[in-house]
Design a protein around this ligand. Structure first.
Ligand SMILES: Nc1ncnc2c1ncn2[C@@H]1O[C@H](COP(=O)(O)OP(=O)(O)OP(=O)(O)O)[C@@H](O)[C@H]1O
Ligand SMILES: Cc1ncc(COP(=O)(O)O)c(N)n1
Length: 274
């Protein structure tokens, strides 16, 4: 018998292509050595060319999955990805309080405010943005938006590292403890600069910008790697630094798959032998 590893819960949508969503989260948790658990919110029909459709999971089944694992196995850290509707967000927020997950409890909670796929296909109903602002962000230990999500949530258009700081301040107004404004979409910057802040500290995490077109699942992989480190009791700045190193290697090792955009790869962390 082995020692029980730390546990991480992802509340997100399934990607049939295996590169993003629940599948990206689980393979990242595995590569980071934590036991992954899931509450599936929606089933997408998706491949490397985009999202062809999705069906939401009934709200009571979403919340029952959270209660089932939290009540029995225990959760050391949790994250959200695709939540699809305001109704699901509302129910998830209430259930997280019930099982003591979030910034006002002991268990850290990362919100990746997924609004659309990288192909531009919507994964969140428009009216649900307000539920993310008012119900999820006040409960978040950390929120990890990309630049499109920053604009949707705050109205701030980030074009450079100066406006990244303005966006971080605007996001913190909604009540999360920390924000990470991801800079992957600042394409004219030769580096990928993500800004982490709690309103007191402003930390720029810099890495090389790899010249790869296959970055599907990059945001999910980063948020999951951070969640795995939080589950292992790292503080937020250390967990985010570890996550940034993890995604930088995973982008460098991304592979083509299908006719469109292939996934980033956490396989580098594993033993490639045999
Ligand atoms: N070409 C790249 N080379 C290295 N790191 C990258 C590259 N593109 C993105 N990153 C990093 O990957 C992470 C995700 O960033 P991004 O801003 O692209 O988020 P996202 O849009 O949610 O991701 P995606 O849509 O790919 O799932 C960030 O840490 C970012 O700096
Ligand atoms: C189920 C699900 N969750 C999240 C994403 C975002 O990932 P990406 O921005 O790489 O398309 C996705 N495409 N599908």
């Amino acid at each position: 018998m082995s020692a029980t590893p730390k546990t991480a819960l992802t509340i997100a949508g399934s990607d049939s292509g295996g590169g993003a969503g629940i599948q990206a989260d689980l393979r990242t948790f595995f590569a980071c050595g934590v036991h992954g658990m899931t509450a599936i919110t929606a089933v997408t029909v998706q491949n490397s060319l985009g999202v062809q459709g999705f069906s939401e999971v009934p709200v009571d089944v979403v919340t029952a999955q959270i209660r089932a694992v939290a009540g029995d196995m225990g959760v050391d850290a949790a994250k959200t990805g695709m939540l699809a509707t305001a109704e699901i967000i509302h129910a998830v927020a209430e259930t997280l309080d019930e099982v003591h997950i979030g910034r006002h409890h002991e268990t850290p909670f990362v919100v990746d405010p997924v609004a659309a796929s990288m192909h531009g296909d919507p994964l969140l109903r428009e009216e649900a943005l307000e539920a993310i602002r008012t119900e999820l962000l006040p409960r978040a230990t950390l929120v990890t938006p990309n630049l499109d999500e920053v604009r949707l949530l705050t109205g701030v258009a980030v074009t450079d590292t100066g406006s990244q700081r303005e966006a971080a301040d605007a996001l913190l107004e909604f009540g999360s403890q920390w924000v990470l404004v991801k800079g992957g979409h600042m394409y004219d910057n030769p580096e990928c600069v993500d800004l982490l802040s709690d309103g007191v500290q402003y930390v720029e995490l810099k890495g090389p910008r790899h010249d790869v077109e296959h970055t599907h699942g990059g945001g999910d992989t980063l948020a999951s790697a951070i969640t795995a480190s939080l589950a292992k009791d790292l503080g937020v700045p250390d967990a985010v630094s570890a996550g940034k190193r993890f995604i930088e290697r995973s982008v460098a090792e991304a592979y083509p798959l299908g006719q469109g955009i292939g996934p980033v790869s956490p396989f580098w962390r594993l033993d490639h032998g045999a």
